[in-house]
Design a protein around this ligand. Structure first.
Ligand code: SF4
Ligand code: SF4
Length: 462
């Protein structure tokens, strides 16, 4: 085992190699309140998004099995794959730039793992089992009636919430309508769906009841990549060692009293840490930037009448130069790039058409001479309805002198379906000036133009 691995495993295991079970303290402060508000908004979104419908479409759906994706009520088809690639690229670049500028803000403020664990499961634990000392005592106590009642009620609540999360998760993957059928119809009709719900319930229960912070410190690849994404200018939760050191307890009436830094070595910042680290040892991979230590330390600073933010959002450079946190040029530039990329992706999402039309001149055919001085070209077309409503579509040439003669009409294009059609485009020979003429076809739905398609028309050269 390398020195780094040894150092890491020492942090999460005790002398006997068993996992160190953490009993973090909750200290409600300014940052905890901000995080709570953000968490409530995100939780509301997370639980509501697969059940809200826009024009009959689920607001968010990621059906990998049927390759059907809906973002903000817009259905995405394999033809829209480029938007997905663009979104993925935007996400990837944003994560790297954002992390480089603002550290692990995502982990502490947005990640569902942190939100569920700290804002729901931890609160239930504190509510039922009490403060850290009481929780530890209860864990070490024999199985008395009190312990059985407390542990059973806690784990029943955990299973219920995990069940809720599993259902929501499946609503994102298979769709809320199908989930509703699984839940309301006999089990025998949806055995695999029923088993899936309970497998996911078990997985979520295990993560939030047992695996907990190890998701962030051991399993999460994003967490493991911090080392390469952060640099000395990244804004992270950090201890201002210039202010804090030399640390030591305040001893009044001590004749040998040495001038001390602001850190009174109370260890409160360690006690509140959900990953069990001491932020005073410097930036560590295990730190999820949850701000709990900032709140705890600020309360200590208030008590001893010292300025707040001994622990706060700083970059290594800011601490070295003794600067206060500020929105640097680099942060502004990265923020601008991220907003610009997101705006471009959003533009493509919102400007997507409801119908996708492909018009091709019939392979191998040139032009045909028709009665009454017309020249025709034969075309095949495909119409893909990307909406959840059936569509009546018509094709009308933009140039009024051109006519359409149907061989195979479009018919009604069913919801989320596609139809093929074959038709002649007929142009008066007197209007043909070149061997290739550009023709614009208007795709109309209920008399309204929903798409314009350009194609080439071949004709005789006079
Ligand atoms: S909470 Fe603040 S004062 Fe107490 S040990 Fe941590 S850094 Fe020092
Ligand atoms: S060191 Fe502070 S910010 Fe980092 S995980 Fe621990 S409590 Fe949260």
């Amino acid at each position: 085992m390398s020195a780094e691995e040894d150092y890491f495993y020492n942090k999460i295991t005790d002398d006997k190699g068993n996992r160190k079970w953490l009993y973090p303290l909750i200290r409600i402060g300014q940052w905890y309140r901000y995080r709570s508000v953000v968490s409530y908004i995100l939780l509301l979104f997370l639980f509501a998004a697969p059940f809200v419908k826009i024009n009959g479409n689920q607001f968010m759906l990621f059906n990998i099995i049927e390759r059907k994706f809906i973002l903000f009520g817009q259905v995405f088809w394999p033809q829209d794959f480029f938007i997905f690639v663009l979104l993925m690229l935007t996400g990837l670049v944003s994560i790297v730039l954002f992390t480089n500028a603002f550290g692990r803000i995502f982990c502490g403020w947005i990640c569902p793992q942190t939100i569920f664990l700290e804002m729901i499961f931890r609160r239930i634990e504190v509510w039922i089992e009490g403060e850290p000392a009481a929780r530890k005592k209860l864990d070490n106590a024999p199985w008395t009636q009190e312990k059985i009642i407390k542990k059973t009620s806690k784990h029943i609540l955990y299973v219920l919430i995990s069940f809720l999360i599993a259902n929501t998760f499946l609503a994102y993957v298979i769709g809320s309508d199908q989930l509703f059928q699984i839940v309301t119809q006999p089990i025998s009709q949806h055995l695999s769906g029923f088993i899936s719900i309970w497998i996911f319930t078990g997985a979520f229960y295990y993560v939030f009841a047992h695996f907990r912070e190890l998701v962030c410190t051991l399993a999460c690849p994003y967490g493991r990549l911090q080392g390469v994404m952060l640099d000395k200018n990244s804004l992270v939760v950090a201890y201002h060692y210039l202010r804090g050191e030399p640390r030591g307890r305040i001893k009044k009436n001590d004749p040998n009293l040495q001038p001390m830094g602001d850190c009174v070595d109370c260890n409160l910042c360690v006690a509140v840490c959900p990953t069990g680290i001491d932020i005073r040892e410097g930036t560590q991979l295990e730190c999820v930037n949850c701000t709990a230590c900032i709140d705890a330390c600020n309360q200590v600073m208030d008590k001893i009448d010292r300025p707040r933010n001994l622990i706060g959002y700083y970059s290594e450079e800011m601490i070295k130069k003794n600067e206060t946190p500020k929105f640097t040029f680099r942060m502004k530039a990265y923020t601008f790039i991220i907003i610009a990329m997101l705006s471009v992706s959003m533009y493509f999402i919102w400007s997507r058409k409801d119908i996708d039309v492909t018009v091709l001149r019939a392979a191998g055919s040139l032009y045909q001479e028709q009665p009454n001085g017309y020249i025709s070209n034969l075309y095949t077309a495909e119409f893909i309805n990307k909406t959840t409503k059936d569509m009546d579509v018509d094709v009308v040439p933009e140039n009024k002198s051109i006519k359409i003669k149907w061989v195979q009409n479009i018919g009604e294009v069913k919801r989320e379906g596609s139809n093929k059609a074959t038709f002649f485009v007929m142009m008066p020979e007197k209007n043909i000036r070149d061997s290739k003429t550009s023709v614009t076809l208007l795709i109309k739905q209920k008399g309204k133009t929903v798409e314009k398609v350009k194609t080439n028309f071949l004709g005789p050269v006079n």
